[in-house]
Design a protein around this ligand. Structure first.
Ligand code: PLP
Length: 354
């Protein structure tokens, strides 16, 4: 179930439902995309060499251990097709990103759900869910839609508790936003293990969701398998060109992080001062829990906001009908959503967000 993206006629749209960046992509990425329009008749480089080199240079990695894909969604599907089949089990956590379920089922395997604690993945529950049929564990860190994360020590404890024939997939789609000393995206664990891969995306901080660019860092043997089963031209030329330019514009990324840090804190405080419960987030979005009272619930809030052109994401598909996920937007959108929620709850918006 995709999110909505339309406002009523004549009402300004504030789309805060898909964790897209309010800053847009780097101007250099837009320019590179436009320039790529001059050669649309040519097939792209099937190995996305330039993009892999740009990523490798930026993070100090071996380009031979990087695979690019049409969004990390494609990479997650390739992992499932490569390593799961009927009878196999893949574990993910209770409120884990739903693409894991889709990829697992599409590969004919069985999803296994490990309970969370405080909307956070629970390493003990994941390890307790392992059976002889387990072949894969998906962990989004930080997780979407909860925004919570596991400290790297916990990720290492999870890895240490898994058999060597279980692949640990670390989905670090929001890694760039996290500013916590105890967090790591997993590059180090991939470099020192045979059964860990990490996926990243250009859809969030780099603002290139429309071009579909993701990358995976993994052991050579796994990269080899995925290269054999992927489409030969899974990356298009304009995406490769824009991705290279985005990788090279670290200043734009810093700007996006600074904006998010400022507004993540302000929005969390504002929503809490309206009496709403907010799950502490390290991403570019927050999970907001609404009261159970009739007329004050998440579905009521969603209807009220949608009428005013403000689109949040319903969480029914995640088994959280009492919550909405709100992406951190630009200042105007952030103020609009706080004002509208204050109106919905009968509170004073000016007091919530100064
Ligand atoms: C947005 C998101 C992705 C990225 O998906 P793309 O296919 O790269 O756009 C991956 N994982 C999580 C948890 C996400 O929220």
């Amino acid at each position: 179930m995709p999110g909505k993206s339309k406002a009523p006629a004549g009402v300004k749209l504030h789309k805060l439902s898909s964790n897209e960046t309010p800053l847009g992509p780097s101007p250099r990425a837009i320019e590179a995309f436009r320039a790529a329009g001059a050669s649309l008749e040519l097939y792209p480089d099937g190995s996305a060499e330039k993009l892999r080199q740009a990523i490798a240079a930026r993070y100090g990695l071996d380009a031979g251990r990087i695979l690019c894909g049409a969004g990390s969604d494609e990479l997650l599907s390739l992992l499932a097709y490569g390593y799961l089949s009927a009878g196999d089990e893949a574990i993910y956590s209770e409120y884990g990103f739903l693409v894991y379920r889709i990829a697992t089922l599409a590969a004919g395997a069985t999803p296994v759900i490990a309970k969370e604690k405080n909307h956070t993945a629970d390493v003990d529950a994941i390890l307790a869910s392992v059976t002889p049929r387990t072949r894969m564990v998906f962990l989004a860190n930080p997780n979407n839609p909860t925004g919570t994360y596991l400290p790297f020590d916990e990720v290492k404890r999870l890895h240490a508790g898994l058999r060597g024939d279980i692949l640990l997939v670390l989905d670090a789609a929001y890694a760039e936003y996290v500013r916590r000393n105890d967090y790591a995206s997993g590059l180090e664990l991939v470099a020192t293990s045979q059964n860990v891969v990490m996926t990243r995306t250009f859809s969030k901080i780099h603002g290139l969701a429309n071009l579909r660019i993701g990358w995976l860092y993994g052991p050579p043997a796994i990269i080899d398998v995925l290269n054999r089963i992927r489409g030969p031209f899974n990356m298009n030329g304009p995406a490769i060109a824009a991705g290279v330019a985005a990788m090279e514009d670290a200043a734009h990324e810093d700007k996006a992080v600074a904006h998010n840090n400022l507004w993540l804190e302000k929005m969390t405080a504002a929503l809490e001062s309206l009496g709403l419960e907010v799950t502490p987030s390290v991403g570019n979005f927050v999970l907001v829990h609404f009261p159970k009272e009739a007329g004050k619930g998440a579905a009521d809030a969603d209807a009220y906001l949608t009428e005013r052109g403000i689109i949040l994401r319903r969480m029914d598909a995640y088994g959280m009908p009492g919550a909405l996920r709100l992406t951190i937007g630009n200042e105007e959108s952030n103020r609009a959503v706080v004002a509208a929620l204050a109106g919905f709850l009968g509170k004073d918006a000016a007091k919530a967000l100064s």
